[in-house]
Design a protein around this ligand. Structure first.
Ligand code: BES
Ligand code: MN
Ligand code: ZN
Length: 494
């Protein structure tokens, strides 16, 4: 989809569809000039259809040659006071899907009159780009579709006031970069898990390494053994696919160094603590954190934030092969802590233990990890909200702020020290599952905290929002690419 801000007049723009967003308060005044051009028929039609500007109301009215546009879409956004950027993003997704499914290729959106003084036009443009792109995305690689007659919305033009043209053009470009990173992550998650192996992720990283200011290093089992990553090695034992420890470094100058670590289990069967069929169905999603890190790296050289970013992915499969780790096995992580592995399905925290230990040795200012870590986090916060844990409230606030700006939902949960008892082992330093089944997202985060030393750290448990089990407005069923836009907003804000 191509986007462009233009100062053209709404009645002269030659497009398949012209969309006007209107509030309950002023849908009549905003459309009055258009109504005159359409011989008074538009307002009659709106009245007949019971249109009142309520959020989500949608009217399509053919122009009959009286405008250069073939059809006019009038889209209700609700009351001025109620309008939010996430509401607008959702409406844009609906608009995009309507236009696409009815075969429109070119769409103009009139942004000349601001919807509410609360929201800058450039912000509207930004979330409209996001909603249109994220909402109409489909992973169609394996679908038999008629390529000739494939519906594709190719061009979107924003009609804007001349004084704001440059500002809005910049906002659109920036938004497109964020979207590109998100879609990059979605494609990786949605691909078949037998294709998206650790080696596949490593190759994807290598390709990103061709971009300016990005260097990539791939470590194999031998290297990982040398590093003493016993916890990570314990997870990969049952798999025939070789592990890949992936390190990406983006050098953008500046003083700050940030590690982004993504859980990269390319398939989670649970290992010998095997998952049941239903719970295993979506487990290709278990590399979503890794996909987010790669999604961020796919756009860093375009975005050029003045920071150093180190991306880490301890990629492997969790399989119940004949050499698989057994419940009761003890592994020693890179930082020297020993772990009694009682449940091989709590594998994410084992790979993270070594990734975080490695991250500490890089002496970064911040460590941020993203992991589809616990079903318990989904029980606590549902499918849309990520759990956020931190040992540093200032960093936590920065991420929370960035998430709010990007429209991704996070909610902080406590690293409750009273629960530390539950992850102590009688035979090793730690056990990989808590003795209590309550507060599972918290006890998992407490486990990770054992490996970050005193470095400011945020852990995001994205088990819920990483993957949609059914279509939502902005995210179709499948991989979401959650976190990409939060992280780039965070890096840009630094
Ligand atoms: N990858 C899963 C967590 C998960 C579950 C992500 C559902 C997305 C959707 C993780 O490795 C896991 O299996 N966690 C266990 C931990 C338990 C054994 C302590 C869980 O949540 O059941
Ligand atoms: Mn698991
Ligand atoms: Zn897992």
């Amino acid at each position: 989809m191509k986007f462009k801000a233009k100062t053209a007049s709404w009645d002269k723009i030659e497009v398949d569809a012209l969309a006007v967003l209107v509030t309950e308060e002023d849908y009549q005044t905003v459309t009055s000039r258009m109504n005159i051009k359409l011989d008074g028929q538009l307002h009659n039609f709106l009245a007949n259809e019971g249109f009142s500007g309520k959020e989500g109301q949608f009217i399509a009215f053919p122009s009959g040659g009286r405008l250069a546009a073939k059809i006019v879409y009038v889209l209700g956004v609700g009351k001025k006071g109620d309008l939010t950027l996430s509401g607008l993003r959702k409406l844009a997704a609906t608009l995009g899907k309507k236009a696409k499914s009815s075969g429109k290729k070119t769409l103009a959106i009139d942004l000349v009159s601001e919807l509410t003084p609360k929201i800058a036009i450039s912000d509207s443009a930004r979330v409209l780009v996001e909603g249109l792109e994220l909402g109409t995305y489909r992973y169609e690689k394996y679908k038999t579709v008629d390529q000739e007659n494939k519906n594709e919305l190719t061009d979107v033009w924003f009609l804007v006031p001349p004084a704001k043209l440059q500002h809005i053009t910049n906002a659109i470009t920036n938004s497109q970069i964020g979207v590109a990173g998100t879609l990059f992550a979605r494609d990786l998650i949605n691909e078949s898990p037998t294709i998206t192996t650790p080696t596949y992720l490593a190759n994807a990283a290598m390709t990103l390494g061709r971009q300016k200011n990005i260097k990539v290093e791939i470590m194999d089992e031998k290297d990982v053994r040398k590093l003493g990553m016993g916890a990570y090695l314990a997870v990969t034992r049952g798999s025939a696919e070789p592990l890949k420890f992936i390190k990406l470094v983006y050098s953008g100058g500046g003083k700050k160094k940030i590690v982004l670590a993504g859980k990269g289990i390319t398939f989670d069967t649970g290992g010998l603590s095997l998952k049941d069929a239903k719970n295993m169905e979506t487990m290709k999603l278990d590399m979503s954190g890794a996909a987010t890190v790669l999604g961020v790296f796919s756009i860093l050289s375009q975005l050029k934030p003045a920071v150093t970013v180190i991306g880490l992915i301890a990629a492997c499969e969790n399989m119940p092969g004949s050499r698989a780790t057994k419940p009761g096995d003890i592994a020693v992580a890179m930082n020297g802590k020993s772990i009694e592995i009682l449940n091989t399905d709590a594998e994410g925290r084992l790979t993270l233990a070594d990734m975080l230990s490695y991250a500490v040795n890089e002496k970064p200012d911040y460590i941020i990890d993203l992991a589809t870590l616990t079903g318990a986090c989904m029980v606590a916060l549902g499918e849309e909200v990520a759990g956020l844990f931190t040992n540093n409230e200032k960093l936590g606030d920065l991420i929370t702020q960035a998430a709010a700006e990007s429209g991704e939902k996070v909610w902080q949960l406590p690293l409750e020290i009273e629960y530390r008892e539950t992850i102590k082992s009688h035979i090793a330093d730690l056990r990989n599952v808590a003795t209590s089944r309550y507060g599972g997202a918290i006890t998992a985060a407490l486990f990770l905290e054992e490996f970050v030393s005193n470095i400011p750290w945020v852990h995001m448990d994205i088990a819920g929002p990483a993957f949609e089990e059914k279509d939502t407005a902005v995210n179709p069923k499948g991989g979401v690419g959650f976190g990409v836009r939060t992280l780039i907003t965070f890096l840009e804000n630094l």
